[in-house]
Design a protein around this ligand. Structure first.
Ligand SMILES: Cc1cc2nc3c(=O)[nH]c(=O)nc-3n(C[C@H](O)[C@H](O)[C@H](O)COP(=O)(O)OP(=O)(O)OC[C@H]3O[C@@H](n4cnc5c(N)ncnc54)[C@H](O)[C@@H]3O)c2cc1C
Length: 341
């Protein structure tokens, strides 16, 4: 048997950042992820981080704090993983009614060659972009190399949970933390928490003549990827019973894009993923009151990339006894949700 401080289940953004925060504190960690059949939400995300809320994108003070932690976390992990995947961007909004500053005339003129516009676009900053696929891949390679990541699906049925610790396969650990995204809806420990189903369709576009360096947003958002490829999304569907691409949505977006873009584009892929979301959009973080060796970091919802660094960092501090509560987190609500379930 190999002894560890923590077993973590899931190498999406939550599991990766929690593992890193614990490793930095000197804890020993074994992280399981074998990419089960459900697509990891993190890999389908547009990858946009900002602190704006509502139609007018007014700055939310808590999200601003989270964004600050995100910037330092992702930049420092870029260094550790020797990759470049976190960039500052500007978001150009092609819609009315948010009271933001209109772009200068020079940019307006350049945009007129690219877009059909009635009103001059407005600018929102600061916005950051994490190339999540590249980030998670670099993390994966580093953590495999350091013998932290086990490329294997953890079968919860084979998990032995006792009063003094947990055991799985050849590992014994003080605690296990589930960061398994939407798979948690089927969890024997946390499955009855108030998750709600939420799926999003994403198109991959090839737009060779659209300059990167901006995130463009009208009814849909366009986010640059490598080689003139663009992430285009997304919708929110709450009622569904499959994860097949929604062709009606695709046709609708195609129609919108034709009315917006002047430059040629081509749809090269259409994918779907589910967001680990909860009723009321509150994250699920903590140890199970009945199984006190079993914990969860989940429910990060539509802003997972901005929230994950904050919550992973503070949850690790809590687990290591450095703090008694996670700032900005309603732990009583989490406990009540578990008790009510
Ligand atoms: C279309 C779309 C667009 C989005 N856009 C944005 C955006 O622009 N900005 C933003 O901040 N957020 C965005 N989000 C939300 C964001 O993606 C999520 O909040 C975040 O990725 C959740 O991360 P997670 O680690 O909790 O879950 P996931 O990323 O789903 O990770 C869970 C991991 O657990 C693994 N796993 C599950 N069960 C097991 C098991 N038994 N054993 C081993 N491994 C297991 C899975 O393989 C997976 O890798 C978007 C989501 C979607 C779907």
């Amino acid at each position: 048997m190999q002894r560890k401080d923590f077993i973590i289940v899931g190498q999406g953004i939550a599991g990766t950042l929690l593992a890193e925060a614990l490793l930095r504190r000197g804890c020993s960690v074994i992280l399981f992820d074998g990419r089960p059949e459900i697509p990891a939400a993190s890999e389908y995300a547009g990858g946009i981080l900002h602190a704006g809320v509502g139609k007018d994108l007014s700055i939310d003070p808590f999200l601003k704090q989270c964004l600050g932690v995100s910037i330092s976390t992702y930049r420092s992990l870029e260094g550790r993983y020797q990759t470049e995947c976190f960039t500052e961007q500007s978001m150009l909004l092609f819609k009315e009614g948010h009271g933001l500053a209109v772009v200068d005339e020079g940019l307006q003129q350049r945009l007129q060659h690219l877009f059909h516009t009635i009103h001059p676009p407005t600018l929102f900053q600061p916005v950051f972009q994490l190339d999540v696929v590249r980030f998670l891949l670099a993390a994966r390679q580093c953590l495999i190399h350091e013998h932290v990541l086990q490329e294997e699906v953890l079968d919860p049925e084979k998990l032995d949970v006792g009063n003094d610790g947990v055991a799985y396969s050849k590992f014994e650990a003080e605690r296990i933390i589930f960061c398994e995204g939407v798979s948690a809806m089927r969890s024997r420990y946390f499955g009855r928490l108030p998750f709600i189903k939420n799926r999003g369709d994403v198109l991959q576009l090839h737009i060779p003549d659209l300059p990167s360096g901006y995130v463009y947003e009208k009814e849909v958002r366009l986010v640059a990827r490598a080689n003139a490829t663009w992430w285009c999304g997304s919708n929110h569907q709450w009622v569904y019973n499959h994860l097949n691409p929604d062709t009606t949505w695709r046709e609708h977006v195609l129609h919108q894009l034709k009315g917006w873009l002047k430059v040629p584009f081509e749809i090269t892929d259409h994918t779907v993923a589910e967001r680990p979301t909860t009723a009321g959009q509150f994250p699920l973080i903590g140890m199970h009151p009945a199984y006190h060796r079993v914990g969860i970091l989940n429910g990060l919802g539509t802003r997972g990339l901005t929230l994950a660094p904050w919550y992973a960092e503070h949850f690790a501090a809590l687990l290591c006894g450095e703090i008694h509560e996670i700032p900005g987190y309603n732990h009583a609500r989490f406990l009540k949700a578990l008790q009510d379930s």
